[in-house]
Design a protein around this ligand. Structure first.
Ligand SMILES: [Zn+2]
Length: 141
């Protein structure tokens, strides 16, 4: 994620922001922003209260991201409807990251793995072709 987006989202959602979010690739910034907006709408931060009304954790590795959320029973007003809305917001995030290119947000086409297996990335057809061209150009030299 670009620094400008990290600062913007951190300023917009200071109680929800987690460092994990900054590790997400730039192509998934809009997906992360949608998750933060959804969570903030479900249960906004409580004025005058320190802390977040819900806990958020993002696990990101090798072309996959999974969000976990848990209501903070000490803050906000929780009910069954809000709990279901949380599940839906997480489902939307998890499905969207599985369907979008990490670089350009285009439709996911392939998960590219470098030959030594150290780095794995979800890409669209265009970004995959570009990556292959760069790789082949390096190999020819
Ligand atoms: Zn792409």
């Amino acid at each position: 994620m670009k620094d400008v987006d990290i600062h913007r989202l951190r300023d917009l959602y200071p109680r929800l922001w987690r460092h994990d979010l900054s590790t997400l690739p730039g192509g998934w910034t809009a997906i992360a922003e949608r998750l933060l907006a959804d969570l903030n709408e479900i249960q906004p931060s409580v004025p005058g209260e320190y802390g977040s009304p819900l806990f958020l954790l993002i696990s990101f590795h090798g072309g996959f991201a999974v969000a976990f959320v848990s209501p903070n029973p000490e803050l906000g007003t929780w009910n069954a409807e809000k709990s279901l809305a949380l599940i839906e917001a997480v489902r939307r995030f998890n499905a969207a990251t599985s369907a979008a290119c990490e670089v350009c947000s285009g439709p996911s086409y392939i998960i590219v793995k470098e030959t030594n297996g150290s780095h794995q990335q979800r890409l669209c057809q265009h970004c995959s072709d570009e990556r292959l061209e760069k790789f082949e150009a390096r190999s020819v030299q």
